[in-house]
Design a protein around this ligand. Sequence first.
Ligand code: MG
Length: 308
Amino acid sequence: MFGTIDGTGYEILDPVFEDCIIGHAKIERLWSGGRWVEGPAYFPAGRYLIWSDIPNNRMMRWDETDGSVSVFRDPSNNSNGHTVDQQGRLISCEHLSRRVIRTEFDGTLKVIADRYRGDRLNSPNDVVVKSDGSVWFTDPSYGIIMDYEGARAESEIGACNVYRWDPESQEIESMATDYIKPNGLAFSPDETALFITDTGGTHEADGPRHMRRHSIGADGKTLGAGEVFATSTAGFFDGFRIDTGNRIWTSAMDGIHCYDSAGTLIGKILIPEIVSNVCFGGLRGNRLFITATTSLYAIYLNVNGSRL
Ligand code: MG
């Protein structure tokens, strides 16, 4: 199961990438059997990873202590992206119920957001938590434009926005309204910038397939206009994470693409399935977990995630 997998390997596009990887470290396939998997989230306290198998309407759990995989939640309301907040709670985006929820310490589910100014959200896709406790998420329409990953419905909002949930008011405000399909998002390590991908090209000819970088206002609650940081050279950027050296490790069609802080593609990790999302994990944050089409992969790197 953990032997060398066909179609994996590294592509060094800039010599600096050699210092970011461990040349003899192999890609491991930890599990396979999903239809379209996304949303890995690593829990250090329990040493396990949660992710979504969206069309199969279930969430899976991989145990780092023994490598076992089990079903964590079924049905999952076609959950997609997940993250772990500062208190260690699971926060999840759900397509079918068109909401963002938090799994409380007692196991109950608390709705973080399901409407914006009275209208139902489209189908929240990916979510991150800022150090001030605010929850930022994207709301493209993938869960309502077909019945495969949710349920077909009209958009009540009529736009695909990025939102911020305020921990004090418990309300959401739109932060960016000029995306076609906002998708993955992540803060820079110092939280002065928020990176957001736009996968609008999946359903629109000549639509975007890039990642934008927004500066964050001094109040921590506003975004700058957001210039294009990088455009994908293979398929789409979906989910991504940033290491402590400000390098971006993003999903793409042929694997993981690594960009330096200037937006230069410095290397790739080739994966034999289309990659959707990644997250850092392991007790030192130096293991990258990769959800890719039907499978969960992992690779040890010579960098550490700025967050999991
Ligand atoms: Mg996504």
